[in-house]
Design a protein around this ligand. Structure first.
Ligand code: PGA
Length: 235
């Protein structure tokens, strides 16, 4: 089975020519690239095989050929994005025929306090609230949705980040599927893992049947890493 691999380039690279060069190197069939918003249009002109993504919702995405939109990343939540705002964006993305990738995940403090599951369940309940209330037929997309389980403490930009263990990630993702069966039965949903995934550990995550793919930040800026990970994902 082909796993879904999504690059979140975040604020990199610095210039449009670097972004175009990186996009050319990573233009691999089945790979999703979410460049910084100011480079989306230039990257879209370069890609022949890879799929275009965006790091957040904006009304201008769909005409540019964006197919996947990351919503509720922990960086944005940390800047004050509320579950209410996330729920609204989820609906807008779907109404415009694109696939949202909703990021959920607990902080180190939540994890230490034994609240990881509770936090993730609550995020799902609140962030999916608006799309639950829309009749499926009214949505332009065929109810396609992805969730990325990204424990905040595992994201490489955090101090002392370490990747989650594949067992724990699979355990949390199992729980997410259980919630989705209640919240959005019959939706076509993939659940990804994100947090310090690279070419060395990708195989251990992707080998888990529960894990449908990975959302990759830091390592996605290295095309050699992405080439290796895409080979693993297509095995
Ligand atoms: P990372 O980022 O792979 O650098 O940990 C993942 C993310 O923030 O989406």
């Amino acid at each position: 089975m082909l796993k879904l691999i999504v690059a979140n380039w975040k604020m990199h690279p610095q210039t449009v020519s670097e972004a175009i060069a990186l996009a050319r190197e990573e233009d691999i069939d089945g790979f999703v690239i979410a460049p910084p918003v100011q480079f989306i249009s230039d990257v879209s002109r370069v890609l022949e095989h890879a799929t275009l993504g965006a790091q957040d919702y904006s009304e201008h995405l769909q005409p540019l050929g964006v197919q996947y939109v990351i919503i509720g990343h922990s960086d944005r939540r940390a800047q004050g994005e509320t579950d209410e705002a996330i729920a609204k964006k989820m609906k807008l993305v779907l109404e415009q025929g694109m696939t949202p990738i909703l990021c959920v995940g607990e902080s180190a403090i939540d994890r230490a306090a034994g609240r990881a599951k509770e936090v993730v369940r609550e995020q799902l309940r609140l962030d999916l609230a608006d799309i639950r209330s829309v009749r499926r037929q009214l949505l332009a997309a065929s109810c396609k949705l992805a969730i990325a389980y990204e424990p905040i403490w595992a994201i490489s930009t955090n101090p002392n980040a370490t990747p989650d263990t594949p067992d724990n990630a699979a355990h949390m993702i199992h729980l997410i599927y259980k919630e989705l069966r209640v919240l959005l039965p019959q939706w076509n949903t993939k659940v990804l893992y994100g947090g310090s995934v690279d070419e060395y550990n990708a195989e251990s995550f992707l080998a888990k049947p529960e894990i449908d793919g990975c959302l990759i930040g830091g390592a996605s800026l290295r095309s050699e890493a992405i080439k290796k990970i895409m080979k693993i994902a297509k095995k």
